[in-house]
Write a protein that binds this ligand. Structure first.
Ligand SMILES: [Ca+2]
Length: 410
């Protein structure tokens, strides 16, 4: 009954305000209607910072969508600072601070030189677990060899000052670097477990069989201690010919990794080539199959050169928890844990379908999918839950934006 009322309310609001209505995968624009002289008090929303606080109908009730900041150059990643401001990377090589009012700072000085091209550039930003004491941030980025190819993934640390980074140090560097033109697939997402480790996802660098080669770092998730050393309990420590940094392998392009809030397992997205995007549960030492098995085909529409076919039971590879025959081009991943109607859901950014995808899980099983934010018509690059429980997304565009999404109430 509540759900029905929410839907009716949502439809009413949308038709009164002539806003886009989104239900499931169908998105329509309600016909324009004259606004009433006075809206009910509950619907009188304060003017937002950069744009209207839009209402949109969804399966679980209305959401509010507010553009917090705009004119960002291909924003890639978002971090929340304790004072309520945001740190945002722009793939084109700049790090900026955005205050709670949505004012975007000049570029923060001291960011290292990054290789900008293809998928490469300045990628993730994350606060160190001890940020409040240390002011340390981590950055991941594509780095060339003397500014040229081959290009690899590098992670650095620095102390965040008001307008500059200090004490920048390279924390980790992919060697050998493997990305050459068109410079695709770096992964690049950073994840802390609060047990003294950092996980770093590596794309396959479009380097053929590298994800299957344990002496290479392309196509891997790696795990390090926070001093940069290799944990003694990593799965390949002591195995001849294998890089001890490796946690898992056979990934194509995991741009999203995160901890499931109740099981504590790492979940990752993986972009397929053409079809075959995956959600994986990342376990130590396991092989996720790329490019030997995949539900996707090459961009040409042919079977990829190396791929033998889809994941099959008993093939020795870890099958995904879920996959898409048609690729949404998954970017980042966030578990919703705040006290609202999306609690326990998994949120995924979609670049190709230009949506936020809400996944409902029953245990580790995907049981429902809702497509959101179609009306923005923007590629979603990062999605994170903020300290206020709202969801924040960055859109990948030459003039990208930071949006705040207020989920439906319970
Ligand atoms: Ca796979």
């Amino acid at each position: 009954m509540i759900k029905k009322n929410q839907l009716l309310l949502s439809a009413l609001i949308s038709s009164v305000l002539a806003l886009p209505v989104q239900a499931g995968t169908a998105t329509t624009t309600a016909p324009a209607a004259a606004a009433p002289a006075e809206l009910p008090a509950a619907l009188r929303v304060p003017p937002s910072i950069k744009s209207e606080r839009q209402l949109a109908g969804t399966q679980l009730g209305p959401i509010h969508v507010t553009k917090v900041a705009e004119k960002l150059s291909h924003p890639w990643a978002l971090a929340f600072l304790p004072d309520g401001s945001f740190l945002v990377t722009e793939r084109t090589g700049k790090l900026r601070r955005i205050n709670a009012q949505g004012d975007v700072s000049e570029p923060i000085a001291g960011v290292p030189k990054v290789f900008v091209g293809g998928h490469g550039g300045l990628l993730d930003v994350a606060l160190a677990p001890d940020f409040k004491q240390s002011q340390t941030i981590f950055l991941s980025y594509a780095e060339g060899t003397d500014g040229e190819e081959p290009v690899g993934l590098t992670v650095g640390t620095a102390k965040l000052g008001e307008n500059s980074l200090e004490d920048f140090k390279v924390f980790y560097r992919q060697e050998p670097k493997q990305a050459v033109a068109p410079y695709w697939e770096y992964g690049g997402r950073l994840l802390f477990d609060n047990k003294g480790h950092i996980f770093i996802s590596h794309g396959d660098n479009h380097a053929n069989l590298a994800p299957q080669q344990l002496d290479k770092l392309a196509g891997k998730v790696v795990r390090l201690n926070l001093d940069g050393s290799v944990p003694k309990d990593n799965p390949f420590v002591g195995k001849p010919g294998a890089r001890p940094e490796i946690w898992s392998y056979g990934h194509r392009n995991a741009e999203g990794i995160g901890f499931h809030p109740t099981t504590g397992q790492i979940w990752s997205t993986d972009q397929g080539p053409r079809g075959g995007d995956e959600l994986n549960i990342v376990k130590p030492g396991k092989n996720y199959g790329w490019p030997i098995v995949s539900y996707g085909v090459d961009y040409t529409g042919q079977q990829t050169v190396e791929t033998t076919g889809p994941h099959r039971k008993g093939d020795g590879f870890e099958a995904p928890a879920y996959y898409w025959a048609k690729s949404p081009a998954l970017s980042s991943l966030a578990f919703a844990t705040a006290d609202n109607a999306w609690k326990g859901n998994l949120l995924l950014g979609s670049l190709a379908d230009k949506q936020l995808i809400r996944i409902v899980l029953d245990g580790n099983k995907v049981v429902h999918e809702e497509r959101l934010l179609s009306f923005l018509n923007q590629r979603v690059r990062d999605v994170k839950q903020g300290p206020d429980g709202n969801i924040y997304v960055l859109t990948d565009d030459p003039s990208g934006a930071l949006y705040k999404i207020e989920p439906p109430k319970k």
